[in-house]
Design a protein around this ligand. Structure first.
Ligand SMILES: C[S@@+](CC[C@H](N)C(=O)[O-])C[C@H]1O[C@@H](n2cnc3c(N)ncnc32)[C@H](O)[C@@H]1O
Length: 314
């Protein structure tokens, strides 16, 4: 999902895999069933296998702060702490957290007084989320579904707040379809809050030794996914992964805004941030006192994340 994960774009007619006995060595071998131009459902299988394997490792990583969340009933995830000034008061709202992963942010939103439903397609991620909800007694339930099936599973107009982001849109082939789903989930006047990776960040190449920031990947949405082969993940862990392929898409900021407006949303805020809550460009960043990662050299060159807010027209 992030540039630091993108060691080996599998932009080849044959697909790349890293045999388990040769860590770090890339071999080019045919991988039936994983390919450019594959059936649309295949991307879900491929991506879900990747997330299913990573979820337990993420829950055990200090970076997801599960222990702090369990030990301190007032603890908020660093993602939600950053969001707070723009998020404001959400107490009493019926909220849905799309692509909630292991639920750390969902629990934080419940602690702010919202009644939360988390949705994700990864059952192992939801198992971690349910365990966290049980241990913390948070007002949060979790549902397994694809984002594009959210309305058929959760109901139209069922929510006051849709919350999502931090590596969410890049897993979805069509931002227009996502925008329709988000809009349909909300009651009239209901609100979307998304802070996600900036499309400009996703468009950058892997970190280069010369330190230059180079645009080497799609900025605009394309029909074909960009296929990556990466054995690691974005948090600290000793876990070794065997599912290394992902299929991802970028969506230009204008495409996201326009899709939401066309779906029936009114834009109420759009902020671009020079930081991200994970180290997207290792070796070129420093961690600042707010727990965010910024470019060490002239951070004003690059938006790393954006926060978009919109309300459903009545
Ligand atoms: C990087 S996480 C989202 C950020 C999350 N807030 C966190 O805790 O880091 C991405 C999540 O999207 C989920 N996901 C990816 N594609 C999906 C899809 N098509 N439908 C539902 N969930 C999906 C993955 O299972 C994963 O849990």
């Amino acid at each position: 999902m992030a540039p630091q994960l993108r060691r080996a774009p599998a932009d080849l007619p044959l697909l790349i895999s890293v045999p388990a006995d040769l860590p770090g060595h890339i071999s080019v071998v045919p991988r039936p069933g994983v390919c450019h131009g594959c059936a649309m459902d295949d991307y879900r299988q491929v991506n879900r296998a990747n997330w299913d394997e990573r979820a337990p490792a993420h829950a055990n990583s200090p970076d997801y702060e599960v222990e702090q969340s369990t030990a301190d009933p007032a603890f908020l995830s660093s993602v939600v702490r950053f969001d707070l000034p723009l998020l404001g008061d959400i107490s009493g709202l019926r909220g849905v957290h799309l692509q909630c992963h292991i639920g750390t942010d969902t629990i934080s939103l419940a602690r702010l007084g919202a009644s939360m439903t988390g949705l994700d397609f990864s059952e192992p991620a939801l198992a971690q989320a349910r365990q966290l909800a049980e241990r913390t007694g948070a007002d949060a339930t979790f549902v397994q579904a694809d984002v594009y099936d959210a309305v058929s599973i959760l109901g139209a107009g069922a929510f006051d707040l849709v919350f999502t982001g931090i590596g969410a849109l890049c897993w979805l082939p069509s931002v227009r379809r996502w925008a329709k789903e988000v809009t349909a989930l909300l009651r009239p006047g209901g609100r979307l809050f998304i802070r996600d990776g900036h499309p400009m960040l996703w468009a950058l190449s892997d970190v280069r030794e010369d330190g230059l920031l180079v645009v080497d990947n799609p900025y605009f949405e394309r029909e074909e996914p960009t296929v990556w082969d990466e054995g690691g993940t974005y948090v600290r862990t000793d876990a070794v992964f065997t599912h290394t392929i992902t299929h991802e898409w970028n969506h230009g900021l204008g495409e996201t805004v326009t899709s939401l407006m066309n779906a029936g949303m009114q834009l109420t805020g759009l902020a671009e941030h020079d930081s991200a809550p994970w180290d997207a460009l290792p070796g070129q960043t420093e961690r600042t006192s707010d727990g965010e990662w910024r470019l060490t050299d002239r951070p004003w060159r690059l938006p790393q994340t954006f926060t978009l807010q919109a309300v459903k027209r009545g």
